[in-house]
Design a protein around this ligand. Structure first.
Ligand code: UD1
Ligand code: CA
Length: 463
């Protein structure tokens, strides 16, 4: 743990350039809000005390991150300096070092924050900032240094002279500050710049004038990219996606084609699982060992045991025990729970239902609000009629039952143990254990019907 250190994460900006109703830091990168990455980086660096500055429109941030961190409101968006100043009365007395981070730099790493703190201490600095060199520095504040290489100030692009704009070294927006001089300088800020904002970066000018040490940590560009618009959001997504895929592969998972595979942050995948192309795995998914997932499948918050196979299918909020087979072309909706060795085959939709051990739903079926025990076979084209237009009703199918093809099971209904339904039946009454339920008119054969037809049309006789 980093004693006496606190992180202030700025997240109150409107994110105008995103053109969005969503607070900027809530935009997701590989399924996780940008702010989540910054908080994780801070915590990973041993900083447990975190304060997030949000605007009154940022309630979603609070709802999402809850009690993980503390919140301070910036009621008017008057700039990054003004945002930090809002925390002045809420910082615990034992804090002497404040890291200021932006919620829109999701590539920050814990290692970088540790280096930032180490540099800050080693240099005895009042402020240490992270900088990087970008071939195209457009949009960032430029780092102005004197001939001796000392940081003089940061100039925002809109306030910069043409010579300053040519500077490739930019301010990454992550800083370590000594508490006391920081707040003293923030109180003195004025919004005398092109945007009429209170710039946090102007604190550095004030430190220089006071003869305080301003240090800088030059790092590589990938960790500090900021997201101000959706083009940058997509660039960051690419980088994080690649990182996640690499981690997953190095942990023992085969990804046949990383270029067409998408795995969101936080997903866990067991060893020796193979992921085939065009597959997206997200939410809180946890995939077991030795599974085969894809091609062309989307799994969102799916838990699986080992040895599961999923092909060309869409699965959301469901649970598959060991050895389950899904697809091709199955749709498993929330609350589908398939027991060990169970199967959901081609053109099968299952919702809020339990499929018992070794039970099969191989073709063309809809199963909703249903409890299926073990060793049940559901014939092709079986439909559980669970909805009467007002309410949903439950179907129970007991162990070893055999549902004939094209059966309609009108819920609420119970099919007994080892009971059988005849193909094409519409079952509206419970079927006792071991019974056969037939609900269809008996077949009638009319002999030589066609011969008569042919004769009537003068098409001759046939034997
Ligand atoms: C800022 C820096 C710039 C740096 C860049 C790095 C200033 C003046 N400029 O510019 O030097 O190169 O970050 O990414 O600091 N925010 C608030 N309240 C506000 C304004 C902003 O909380 O009133 C938050 C935003 O939500 C965002 C962060 O502060 O998370 C940075 O604000 P943004 O407007 O993105 O600043 P940049 O123009 O990127
Ligand atoms: Ca920014």
């Amino acid at each position: 743990m980093s004693k006496g250190v606190m992180a202030v994460v700025l997240a109150a900006g409107k994110g105008k350039r995103m053109k969005s109703r969503l607070p900027k830091v809530m935009h997701r990168v590989c399924g996780k809000p940008m702010l989540g990455y910054v908080l994780d980086a801070a915590r990973g660096a041993g900083i447990d005390e975190i304060m997030v500055v949000i605007s009154p429109e940022g309630e979603l941030i609070r709802e999402t991150f809850g009690h993980e961190v503390r919140y301070v409101y910036q009621r008017e968006r008057l700039g990054t300096g003004h945002a930090v100043l809002q925390t002045v009365n809420d910082i615990p007395p034992e804090v002497d070092t404040i890291l200021v981070l932006s919620g829109d730099t999701p590539l920050l790493t814990s290692q970088l924050l540790q280096e930032l703190l180490a540099t800050h201490r080693r240099e005895g600095a009042a402020a240490t900032l992270v900088t990087t060199e970008l071939p195209d520095p457009t949009g960032y504040g430029r780092v102005v240094r004197d001939q001796g290489g000392r940081v003089l100030r940061i100039v925002e692009e809109v306030d910069a002279s043409p010579e300053e704009r040519a500077i490739k070294e930019i301010n990454a927006g992550a800083y370590a500050f000594q508490r006391q001089p920081l707040f003293a300088a923030l109180e003195e800020l004025t919004p005398a710049n092109a945007q009429g904002e209170y710039y946090l970066t102007d604190v550095l000018t004030s430190f220089q004038q006071q003869g305080l040490v301003v240090a800088a940590l030059l790092t590589d560009r990938e960790t500090v990219l900021g997201v101000n618009n959706r083009v940058q959001l997509a660039e960051v997504e690419q980088l994080v996606r690649r990182q996640i895929l690499e981690e997953v592969m190095l942990a023992g998972v085969t990804i046949i084609d990383p270029a067409s595979t998408f795995i969101e942050a936080g997903v866990e995948i067991g060893r020796d699982t193979v992921i085939y192309p065009f597959t997206i795995i997200g939410g809180n998914s946890k995939i077991g060992e030795g599974c085969s997932i894809g091609p062309a499948s989307r799994l969102t918050s799916v838990w699986t045991g080992p040895g599961v196979k999923v092909e060309f299918s869409v699965l959301t909020d469901c649970r598959l025990e060991a050895g389950v087979v899904v697809g091709p072309y199955a749709y498993l909706r929330p609350g589908a729970h398939l027991g060990e060795g169970a199967k959901a085959g081609t053109f099968v939709e299952i919702k809020k239902s339990q499929i018992g051990k070794n039970s099969k739903v191989p073709h063309l079926s809809y199963v909703g609000d249903t409890f299926i025990a073990a060793d049940v076979n559901i014939g092709a084209g079986t439909i559980t009629c669970n909805y009467d237009g007002w309410e949903k009703h439950v179907t129970h199918i007991e162990e070893g039952a055999f549902i004939g093809s094209n059966t309609n099971l009108v819920a609420p209904v119970r099919i007994g143990k080892r009971a059988v339904t005849g193909a094409g039946s519409t079952i509206t009454k419970d079927v006792p254990d071991y019974a056969l339920a037939l609900e269809r008119s008996e077949q009638k054969n009319i002999p030589d019907w066609m011969k008569k037809k042919l004769r009537e049309r003068g098409l001759g006789e046939e034997d």
